[in-house]
Write a protein that binds this ligand. Structure first.
Ligand code: CUA
Length: 333
């Protein structure tokens, strides 16, 4: 190869690499960083991006150079020179990608092990994923439940996942790491929030009809605001049954599937709960028993026009179940 050609190739590669680097750095591809564990995930992302830019520059410069330099002249009908294989180059282009892919997996492995370590004084949250809602339970705080994930700023939190039906996957882009929720498996994810704010919780595993709607919020609060919330939730659950039932309704994500005026719920996946008395009559059962059965064993009677097997059974503590039944029977007309 002539020296001039090499200089031209390298110059082309530098230009292409610089352009790709500008696109990578100037466009804000990533969401804001709101957790300590995000740093490692971003490191893996940028490491992989740097490798991609390097390979893109190499391939782009060789292609551009060849297109310009070796293009067929008008009226040139001759065949190209017969070329067959080159063992040296083949070994090289197998070895280099193998090394790069190995490097990416080693870095990823180190980051994942580091991110799995809960910090000092860590708090636990049990996450139940079901078609199509998230429920968060706080075992360190009187077993409070919530349909939103509330976290105190700067405190390391270990999320323990379970799934009631099929595989779901928990993802808050601002926190970085994803984690599958698998029925019967205790999977974990450690999060240490670093920024106050409200972030989307997204299910990233196709889990059925309502997959796209399986969203809620992760709310990072000051430790004082979090403690105040814990106190208020505790009080709400100890309120008279009707009021407590409203909290149970909200905490279990009923609103994501059902319409119920008294709760301001407008979900359309399942039956309209304002019509419960009419449904009970159709089912031929007394209202209260019917409502209770529909929560504990939803498939015993499915309102015609709605798919069977969509609603999972809700195993609530007895006092919460009674409060919810009371709220649903008194609030519906
Ligand atoms: Cu749950 Cu997709």
């Amino acid at each position: 190869m002539r020296r001039g050609s090499l200089v031209q190739l390298v110059a082309l590669g530098v230009v292409i690499g610089a352009a790709a680097t500008v696109v990578a750095l100037v466009v804000p591809w990533l969401p804001p960083n709101a957790a300590e564990e995000r740093d490692g995930i971003d490191l893996v992302f940028w490491f992989t991006t740097a490798i991609c830019i390097g390979i893109f520059s190499l391939v782009g410069s060789v292609i551009l150079y060849s297109v310009v330099k070796f293009r067929v002249r008008p009226d040139d009908d001759t065949d190209g020179p017969p070329i067959h294989g080159h063992t040296g180059i083949e070994i090289l282009w197998t070895a280099i990608p193998a090394i790069l892919v190995t490097a990416i997996s080693v870095i990823s492995g180190i980051v994942l092990v580091q991110n799995d370590r809960p910090g000092k004084d860590n708090m636990n949250v049990d996450v139940l994923a079901r078609q199509f809602a998230w429920t968060f339970t706080y075992p360190d705080h009187q077993n409070l439940t919530s349909s939103e994930l509330r976290l105190p700023l700067g405190r390391s939190v270990e999320l323990h996942f379970d799934a009631a039906d099929v595989i779901h996957s928990f993802w808050v882009p601002e926190f970085g790491q994803k984690q599958d929720a698998v029925p019967g498996q205790d999977t974990k994810l450690v999060i240490t929030p670093t920024k106050i704010g409200t972030y989307p919780v997204i299910c990233t595993e196709l889990c059925g009809l309502g997959h796209a709607l399986m969203r809620t919020s992760a709310i990072v609060m000051t430790p004082a605001a979090f403690d105040a919330w814990v106190k208020k939730q505790g009080e709400a659950l100890n309120a008279p049954p009707g009021q407590a039932g409203k909290a149970v309704f909200a905490n279990n994500g009923c609103a994501s599937c059902h319409t119920f005026e008294a709760a301001g719920a407008t979900g359309k996946v399942g039956p309209d709960l304002d019509k419960l008395p009419a449904y009970a009559k159709q089912a031929g059962k007394p209202l209260e028993a019917f409502v209770k059965e529909s929560i504990v064993d939803p498939n015993a009677y499915v309102q015609p026009g709605f798919p069977k097997g969509v609603m999972p059974p809700f195993n609530l503590p007895a006092d919460q179940l009674d409060a919810l039944v009371s709220f649903l029977t008194k609030g519906s007309k």
